[in-house]
Design a protein around this ligand. Structure first.
Ligand code: PLP
Length: 405
């Protein structure tokens, strides 16, 4: 073998140190862990991945974090800092961006609801903090009022503090329900049109009776202006998810509101105590990741993105519509998940939404779409990667053609 050939061969071998150090227990040489980037853990563990044509669902792992968020998480993971200091500094920035008095990064919107209410109940009184969720005999308030149409499963977040939910339908019922135990009047933005009392009136009634008001806007950007609209309107606290349209960490969200509420909420959160908020930990990576996600979301070109969504959904609609017996419609939900949404219906009675879902799921690549009901499929493009709309269009047309035949 010529020297040149030997060198060539050698250069193809992994570095000696690297090989010896691959498994630290095999060698005393400096441990070199397996570079995670070279591992496809989804493949290795047999976890199915898919094109998400459904939307921001927790069971589908929400949205994909923006690159600036994953970069931030990686950089943040290389240094220590005090968790409180990270929350202080980031909270001040987030508050300024969202027109709130104060803000804190929480472990999602749900934890924001629990912590916001907990902050109202206890303030910064550590003994009260320790008492939750056992409110009886403590002198703390114990009731949350909301409209019947706003009483969804997520309101269990309030019950975690020990409070109970009281539902009302009219202003008259509301005013009758308010009593010395009322801690909070809660509003659910996504169901605003389903209740009799609208935002402004809800806030005004809260002020009239001296009861704090809250608004769950978890899935309500876009429009970006919702980030400050309800703080400006006078809600005492507002929560939003970080891992939906903002493409921040899925395990993060924002609690924004009055200074006394945020201060109280933070007494329940890590790094303090062993109380109801202890399990809702966010570390510096999520705190900083959420911050850059929000900053990016506020500053980017939403009109341009909307246009891309419209173009991409049109590609899928065109393919679906070309199949005999399939009807399509594109609509934009008026509240929550505000993005162009394709609705598919069909004339063939025996075909169920689940049949279409199963076929797309089993294909390659696997695709997830949402069944609105037995006979209706909903498709969105807002958490899809560029180019995937063409794959979805093609696969949808194939499966619809064979199912409708
Ligand atoms: C998604 C959602 C939540 C929960 O948000 P997380 O950030 O996952 O905790 C709460 N309320 C509504 C209306 C939601 O859509």
């Amino acid at each position: 073998m010529k020297r040149r050939d030997i060198l060539k061969k050698l250069s193809l071998l992994p570095l000696a140190g690297g090989v010896a150090g691959l498994y630290p227990f095999q060698s005393k040489a400096s441990p070199v862990p397996i570079p995670p980037a070279s591992r496809d853990l989804f493949k290795e563990l047999g976890i199915r991945t898919f094109i998400n044509a459904a939307g921001t669902y927790t069971f589908m792992t929400g949205s994909l974090m923006h690159d600036i968020v994953t970069d931030t998480i990686k950089t943040a993971s290389k240094e220590f800092c005090l968790l409180d200091e990270a929350q202080d500094k980031v909270g001040a920035k987030i508050a300024a961006m969202t027109h709130a008095e104060a803000a804190v990064v929480t472990a999602g919107a749900f934890s924001g609801l629990t912590l916001g209410l907990a902050g109202i109940l206890t303030g910064t009184d550590v003994n009260k903090v320790k008492a939750l969720p056992h409110l009886e005999g403590t002198g703390m308030k114990s009731e949350v009022i909301c409209q019947k149409a706003h009483d969804i499963d997520y309101n269990h977040a309030f019950m975690n503090t020990g409070c109970k939910i009281v539902t009302v339908e009219t202003v008259e019922e509301l005013e009758k329900a308010i009593n010395e135990k009322t801690a909070l009047m809660h509003f659910l933005n996504i169901n605003a049109d389903k209740g009799k009392i609208l935002h402004e009136e809800w806030v005004a009634l809260g002020k009239k009776h001296g009861i704090p008001t809250s608004n769950d806007i978890a899935a309500d950007v876009p429009p970006v202006s919702n980030l400050w609209k309800f703080n400006d309107m006078g809600f005492d606290f507002v929560v939003i998810s970080g891992g939906k349209a903002m493409k921040g960490p899925q395990s993060a969200g924002l609690l924004m509101g009055k200074k006394y509420i945020i201060e109280g909420a933070r007494v329940h959160m890590p790094p303090r105590g062993f109380n109801i908020g202890r399990g809702m930990k966010v570390n510096k990576e999520e705190v900083l990741g959420m911050y850059v996600a929000l900053e990016h979301y506020i500053n980017y070109d939403h009109d341009k993105e909307w246009k891309v969504w419209e173009d991409n959904i049109a590609v899928i609609e065109k393919a679906a519509k070309s199949v005999n017996g399939v009807n399509t419609r594109i609509f934009v939900p008026p509240l929550g998940n505000i993005t162009p949404t394709l609705e598919l219906t069909w004339s063939k009675e025996t075909v169920k939404a689940k049949d279409i879902q199963d076929k797309l799921r089993a294909g390659s690549p696997s695709i997830e779409v949402m069944n609105h009901d037995d006979k209706t499929i909903h498709i969105t493009v807002w958490v899809m990667k560029q180019g995937e709309e063409k794959i979805v269009a093609k696969r949808l047309k194939e499966e619809l053609t064979s199912l409708m035949a």
